[in-house]
Design a protein around this ligand. Structure first.
Ligand SMILES: NC(=O)c1ccc[n+]([C@@H]2O[C@H](COP(=O)([O-])OP(=O)(O)OC[C@H]3O[C@@H](n4cnc5c(N)ncnc54)[C@H](OP(=O)(O)O)[C@@H]3O)[C@@H](O)[C@H]2O)c1
Length: 313
C-alpha cells in the first residue's frame, strides 16, 4: 500500500482509506454485522491505515466499532466528523462551540482515543463557515493536543474554498470522474494552502463501477432511490461510455478507471473507498494497481469527452 503525505501535517497515510458510511448501515441499508468487522480487518491486512467515519454513522456505533477494532491493530489513523445534533427531532446541523465540544468528547470516548487524528466539520453551510467560531474551536483542540489535524468535509466548492482560506489542515470533498469540478475549482487554493484532500464518493455511489442496467431499482432505504430521477439515471448510465476508452492495458474495468482517475490527481492524499463487503474491498485494492494510474494523454482526452457529454470539469 503506497502512502502519501496528509497535506501539511507530518502524517503519511495510505492512499486508499476505508470509508464507513455504507458499513454503518446508514445510506445504503442494513449490513450483516460480522461482515463489517471483516471489512475493517481486511482493510488493515492490506495496509490501509486511514479510516473515515462520523459521529452520526449508526448514531455513534461506527465510531464505537472502529474504536474496538483498531485497538492494538498497529498504526491506524481515524478521521471523524461532527456537527449534527441527533438529540432533537428532526436532527439538525449545529456548529456552535457548545455542541461541538460535547460531540467531540463523545467521539473521543467512542473511539477510545485520547488524541483523535483528524476532526472535520460535517457538511457545514456557508453561514456556519462565515461565523469562524467552529473552526476556531477545532484549532483550539489542536493547540491543546487533543487532535492532530482539523478541517471540513465540504459539500460544495464554495465551502471548500472558505475552509482552505481559513487554513484548515484537511478538506474532504466528493471527487470522481463524473464530479471533478468542485476539486478542480479549488485546486489553486489547495496548492497554495498545502491542505490535504480526502476524496470521497470515488465511484459516484456505485454508478462508476459500471455494473448497473438503466432500469436498476433501489430499495427505499437506499439513498440512491432518491438521488436521480429515472431520466437522470438513464443519462448517467449512457454517460459511462465516456469512460470506456480508459479501459485498456492495466486498467481492467470501469471501476479501475474511476479509482485511478482519483489517484492520478496528486492533490489527493487518500481516496476514501466505500466497500460494503470484503469482496468489494479486494476488487478496489487490486484494481487500483500502481502509478502511473492514468497517463496525461488519457486524462486530457477524458476531459474533452466529459465536457462534450455535458459534465463540468
Ligand atoms: N459528507 C461526507 O462527509 C461524506 C459523504 C459521503 C461519503 N463520505 C465518506 O466517503 C465514503 C465513501 O463514500 P460513498 O459511499 O459515496 O462511496 P462510493 O465508493 O462512491 O460508493 C460506495 C458504493 O459503491 C458500491 N461499491 C463499492 N465497492 C464496489 C466494488 N468493488 N464494485 C462495485 N460496486 C462497489 C457499493 O454499492 P452497491 O454494491 O450497493 O452498488 C457502495 O455502497 C463513505 O463511507 C464515508 O466514509 C463522506
Amino acid at each position: 500500500m503506497r502512502k502519501r503525505p496528509l497535506g501539511k501535517t507530518t502524517l503519511q497515510v495510505s492512499e486508499l482509506a476505508l470509508g464507513t458510511w455504507g458499513l454503518s448501515g446508514d445510506g445504503y441499508g442494513p449490513m450483516v454485522e460480522a461482515e463489517i468487522d471483516r471489512v475493517i480487518d481486511r482493510a488493515l491486512a492490506v495496509g490501509i491505515d486511514l479510516f473515515d467515519t462520523a459521529d452520526v454513522y449508526g448514531r455513534g456505533e461506527m465510531e464505537r466499532r472502529l474504536g474496538k477494532r483498531l485497538q492494538g491493530a498497529g498504526p491506524a489513523f481515524v478521521v471523524t466528523k461532527i456537527g449534527t445534533d441527533l438529540e432533537g427531532l428532526p436532527p439538525r446541523k449545529r456548529f456552535d462551540p457548545a455542541h461541538l465540544r460535547t460531540a467531540f468528547e463523545r467521539s473521543q470516548e467512542r473511539l477510545a482515543r485520547d488524541v483523535v487524528d483528524v476532526v472535520l466539520l460535517h457538511n457545514p453551510t456557508m453561514a456556519a463557515m462565515r461565523s469562524k467560531e467552529s473552526l476556531a474551536f477545532l484549532r483550539d483542540l489542536k493547540q491543546a493536543g487533543k487532535i492532530r489535524a482539523f478541517g471540513v468535509s465540504a459539500g460544495s466548492a464554495d465551502v471548500a474554498r472558505s475552509a482552505l482560506r481559513d487554513e484548515v489542515d484537511v478538506i474532504e470533498i466528493a471527487y470522481n470522474a463524473f464530479l471533478p469540478g468542485d476539486l478542480h475549482e479549488v485546486a489553486g487554493d489547495v496548492s497554495e494552502s498545502g491542505a490535504a484532500v480526502l476524496a470521497r464518493s470515488v465511484l459516484a455511489h456505485g454508478l462508476l463501477a459500471g455494473q448497473w442496467s438503466a432500469d436498476r431499482e433501489f430499495f427505499s432505504f437506499d439513498h440512491r432511490a432518491e438521488r436521480w430521477t429515472r431520466e437522470e439515471f438513464k443519462l448517467r448510465i449512457r454517460q459511462l461510455d465516456v469512460l470506456r476508452p480508459l479501459v485498456t492495458g492495466p486498467v481492467v474495468s470501469l471501476r479501475a478507471a474511476a479509482l485511478r482517475f482519483v489517484l492520478a490527481n496528486q492533490l489527493v492524499s487518500s481516496a476514501v473507498l466505500g466497500p460494503r463487503s470484503v469482496a468489494q474491498l479486494d476488487q478496489l485494492v487490486r484494481e487500483a494497481g500502481m502509478p502511473p494510474y492514468l497517463g496525461d494523454t488519457a486524462l486530457t482526452e477524458l476531459s474533452a469527452r466529459l465536457r462534450s457529454a455535458g459534465i463540468t470539469t
